[in-house]
Ligand binder design. Structure first.
Ligand code: TXA
Ligand code: MG
Length: 345
């Protein structure tokens, strides 16, 4: 299969290009497109044959459900059941935006899309290209992140091409995505709202609007005995070629631990990379990648940095832990999942 790419102006998307991409969706094809979080790999969410192609192209297990993307908040009424005041309140506040809600599904949603579950994950993205594409397609679009399974989520069209060239029909290139980590997944299908994946909307923001929000044990680290509510959680996510060692603690202690590990691994003849939040620290790594100093920048650069380390044939990556406040919870969740080892100092 030949993968076509076309550039679309993210501020003023050209209607003819949106029409072309929408036509491909309506014809059951796979189209990668930008959202404000990461690139998605889209297909008509209501067409099981089209949705099956997503799983195949990504190498994704078929029981890992997809997020259904909508362009009109009222589409939720067609896709889900039991829409209570909390659902209305939270979607009113955070849609369009990086929040996905899990609800009981309606009959309109095929089980292929939900990995055989009776719930459906729904999100209304904020990105202009995404919104126009969904509207013009005249159908909700199922879209996981547009990476090959086990690779970091793509934040540019080049990342998508690197992973999925020859496996999908079209890539709509709308430039770099703004947020850089995936949406927050909030389960509202049970009695108590439960955070299944921290992301672009923070836990603090959610609690401010709806009060109690529980954190699924797999995020808080209390893994044992828990039932997997989000099937995606049970799969090992991105694991880089290099082994990431995540060092957490007070800044000075972390820095001296990183220097200590750096010299000891170098003595063993390893190529050592450091992912850093300070431009000048340290000065003797084989590869040093600066991710940014605040949470927004770190989130925006994180997955790109993972990909860069992978391409540089590094044995060990030393990474700083950051605070779990705000966007930090989502960043630390992605870092922890990628880490081979975690150390507290
Ligand atoms: O930001 C995002 O959410 C991006 C963009 C493209 O929208 N999409 C994305 O999709 O990250 P994906 O498939 O890579 O991650 C979706 C997560 C998975 O962990 C999946 O298991 C979970 O959401 N999920 C989907 N449907 C679910 C359901 N019915 N119940 C529980 N978890 C669900
Ligand atoms: Mg993904």
């Amino acid at each position: 299969m030949q993968t076509k790419t076309f550039k679309v102006n993210p501020k003023r998307p050209e209607p003819s290009k949106i029409r072309q991409a929408a036509k491909a969706i309506r014809h059951g094809k796979l189209v990668a497109f930008p959202t404000e979080t990461v690139y998605g790999l889209g297909a008509n969410a209501l067409d099981p044959t089209a949705v099956k192609k997503i799983f195949k192209a990504k190498g994704r297990p078929v029981d890992n459900p997809l997020i259904v993307h909508i362009s009109d908040r009222n589409d939720i009424l067609f896709l889900a059941r039991n829409i209570n005041p909390i659902v209305r309140k939270i979607t009113q506040k955070f849609w369009p935006g990086p929040l996905t809600v899990v609800l009981k599904k309606s009959k309109a949603v095929p089980k292929t899309t939900t990995g055989n579950l009776d719930t459906v994950a729904i999100r209304m993205p904020k990105n202009k290209i995404a919104q126009l594409l969904i509207r013009e397609s005249d159908t909700p679009i199922a879209a996981p992140s547009a990476n090959f399974s086990g690779r970091p989520s793509p934040t540019t069209a080049e990342h998508v091409l690197d992973d999925l060239k020859g496996r999908i029909n079209l890539i709509v290139d709308g430039g770099k995505t703004r947020i850089g980590i995936e949406s927050t997944v909030l389960d509202l299908s049970g009695k108590i709202p439960t955070l299944l994946r921290p992301g672009g909307v923070t836990l603090e923001q959610l609690r401010k609007v709806i009060g109690r929000v529980d954190i699924h044990p797999i995020i808080s680290g209390k893994r044992s005995g828990s039932v997997h509510r989000s099937p995606g959680m049970k799969y090992r996510h991105y694991s880089p070629n290099a082994r990431i060692i995540l060092v957490e603690g007070a800044k000075n202690k972390v820095n001296s631990k990183i220097l200590e590990l750096l010299s000891s691994f170098k003595k063993q003849g390893k190529r050592v990379g450091v992912m850093t939040m300070e431009k000048s620290f340290p000065n003797n790594a084989d590869v040093k990648l600066y991710v940014g100093s605040d949470h927004e920048k770190i989130a925006a650069n994180l997955f790109k940095t993972f990909r860069e380390f992978d391409s540089k044939k590094i044995d060990i990556v030393l990474a700083h832990g950051i605070s779990r406040q705000g966007l930090g919870l989502g960043i630390m969740n992605r870092l922890s999942k990628a880490a081979y080892k975690k150390t507290k100092v």
